[in-house]
Design a binder for this molecule. Sequence first.
Ligand code: HEC
Length: 93
Amino acid sequence: MSRFVIGVALATLIVTGASAKTGVCKGCHGKNFEKKALGKSKVVKDMSKKEILSALKGYKSGSYGKAMKGIMQKQLSKYSDADLDKLVAEIKK
Ligand code: HEC
């Protein structure tokens, strides 16, 4: 039992670690980025790599987005531009 708890705790750590991973995005955007996040965003998997990258950079700098851009800005504030590249690479394999 306790081994199970430790395993879960470790798995959670890995998922929520600050490295650039799309795990945190999926709660809103869907497992394959196939959903409209909170019913508002575009379907990210249908966007091109270039569109996604410029959206992410724009949210981070505050130059892109609509009514709910504050949500995305918060999500992305901890990532470097290099991390954003990694996120896009993970979204569009
Ligand atoms: C709490 C829910 C939530 C999380 C978590 C989240 N997003 Fe979003 N995302 C949104 C919403 C809502 C929008 C639309 C914001 C707006 O009004 O511009 C959006 C917009 C976007 C867009 C642009 C789509 C468009 O409509 O132009 C991209 C790309 C994107 N998110 C990628 C990501 C990535 C990558 C992550 C993980 C690092 C992430 N999101 C995490 C809710 C979320």
